[in-house]
Ligand binder design. Structure first.
Ligand code: KG4
Ligand code: ZN
Length: 333
C-alpha cells in the first residue's frame, strides 16, 4: 500500500509517501521559521495560511520524487492533533478532500505517535519493546512501547516541556525563535560551570519532569547581574541551561531503563536533534550495555514522513479500519 501523509500541526508543512512494504519513498518539507521570526514565535493565523499555500505544491514534489501519480495512492494520512487548531484543519481538510476524490480511506494520526515511531525510520530499526523519551516543543514524556499502538506512559512533565525550556530561555537571552537550536549553538562557545542551575526533580523517585523553575532560575541570574551580560556570559548561561536540561533528561531516561529492565532507548521529537543530549545518551547507554536509537536528524522535528510512516505501521498492525468513510472529520488541538 502507498500512503500519502500530511503534517501541519505547527510551523512546518510536511508531506511524504510511504509504502507499507518498502518504507519511506519520498518526503518534502517547508519550514515557516523565516516567516515567524520577526514576531519572535509562531503566529497561528499566518501558519494556517502558509499551510494552505504549501500543501499541494509539496504533494506534487513528493509524488514526482517518488515517481508516483495520485492514482497510486491507497490511503491518505494526516496529523489530527495535538497542535494549532487552524493549522491542523488545513492538513485535515486537504487530506480528507484528496481521500474523497481518490475514493481511498483517510487515516487520522496522533502527532506524538508520529514522533514516537519515527526512530523506526532509521537504520538499524529498534526492536520492541523499548523505552521512548519523547521530547518536543509541547511534550516531555517517557513511555514504555511494547508494539505499535501499545504504549504505557511512565512519566511526563508537570509544567513546561523540554523544548519549551529551551525556547523560553533562548527568548530571555534574546536569541529569537526557534530558541532550541539557537541556544544550543551558542552553548558550544560557553562554559557551563560558570553558572549553577537547578536540576528540577532529578532526584525524585517518579519519572516525571518539571522545567518551569529552570527558566525562572535563569531569569534570576540575569537580573542579579548589575551590568548587561557580556557575549561570553551569554554563552556560559546558554551552556549551563543546556547542561541542566540534558542532565535531567538523561537521568530520568536512565531511571526508566532501570525501572522497566529494558535495554533499548528510543529518542524522538525536536529536542532529540540536540547534540549534547545525543552524545550524553549514547555514552550513558554504552556504559550500561544498552543501546539508544534516534530518528534520522532531519526527521527529529515535525515532518510528513513520520505521519505517513505511523499510518503505515498502524495499518500493518491491523489497527485501522480502512473502510471508505463519509469524510466528516474533526481535529483535536
Ligand atoms: O517536535 P518538534 O519539531 O515540534 C513539536 O511537536 O513541538 O519540536 C520542536 C522543539 C522546539 O522547542 C525546538 O526549540 C526544539 O524542538 N529543538 C531543539 C533543537 N532542535 C529543535 N532543542 C534543542 N536543541 C536542538 N538542536
Ligand atoms: Zn512535533
Amino acid at each position: 500500500m502507498i500512503i500519502l501523509g500530511f503534517e501541519s500541526s505547527c510551523d512546518e508543512t510536511g508531506v511524504a509517501a510511504v509504502c507499507t512494504e518498502r518504507g519511506l519513498l519520498a518526503h518534502a518539507l517547508h519550514s515557516q521559521v523565516a516567516m515567524h521570526q520577526e514576531y519572535g514565535g509562531v503566529v497561528p493565523e499566518l501558519a494556517s495560511r502558509d499551510h494552505i499555500r504549501r500543501a499541494l505544491p509539496l504533494t506534487r514534489e513528493v509524488l514526482d520524487k517518488a515517481g508516483l501519480s495520485l492514482g497510486d495512492v491507497d490511503a491518505v494520512a494526516y496529523t489530527a492533533g495535538p497542535g494549532l487548531a487552524g493549522a491542523l484543519l488545513v492538513g485535515a481538510s486537504v487530506a480528507q478532500s484528496l481521500a474523497w476524490a481518490l475514493e481511498v480511506p483517510a487515516v487520522p494520526v496522533h502527532h506524538l505517535e508520529g514522533h514516537l515511531l519515527s526512530p523506526l525510520l532509521a537504520d538499524p530499526v529498534p526492536e520492541f519493546p523499548f523505552v521512548a523519551l519523547l521530547v518536543s516543543g509541547g511534550h516531555t514524556q517517557l513511555m514504555r512501547v511494547d508494539g505499535v499502538g501499545s504504549y504505557e506512559l511512565l512519566g511526563e512533565t508537570l509544567d513546561d516541556a523540554a523544548g519549551e525550556a529551551f525556547d523560553k530561555t533562548a527568548k530571555l537571552l534574546g536569541l529569537g525563535y526557534p530558541g532550541g537550536p539557537a541556544l544550543s549553538r551558542l552553548a558550544q562557545q560557553g562554559d557551563a560551570s560558570q553558572y549553577q542551575l537547578p536540576r528540577p526533580m532529578l532526584r525524585s523517585q517518579d519519572l516525571d519532569f518539571s522545567f518551569s523553575g529552570l527558566k525562572t532560575a535563569v531569569l534570576t541570574k540575569v537580573r542579579a547581574q548589575k551590568t548587561p551580560l557580556s557575549d561570553q556570559q551569554m554563552a556560559d548561561l546558554a551552556a549551563a541551561t543546556e547542561e541542566a536540561i540534558v542532565d535531567v533528561l538523561a537521568g530520568k531516561a536512565l531511571k526508566a531503563m532501570k525501572q522497566t529492565g529494558l535495554r533499548r532507548l528510543v529518542v524522538a521529537g525536536g529536542v532529540g536533534a540536540n547534540r549534547l543530549l545525543r552524545e550524553r545518551l549514547v555514552g550513558t547507554m554504552e556504559k550500561r550495555g544498552g543501546k539508544v536509537f534516534f530518528p534520522p536528524l532531519e526527521l527529529c522535528t515535525d515532518n510528513g514522513a513520520m505521519i505517513a510512516h505511523a499510518a503505515a505501521l498502524r495499518i500493518k498492525a491491523g489497527l485501522e479500519r480502512l473502510e471508505p468513510t463519509n469524510h466528516a472529520f474533526t481535529v483535536r488541538p
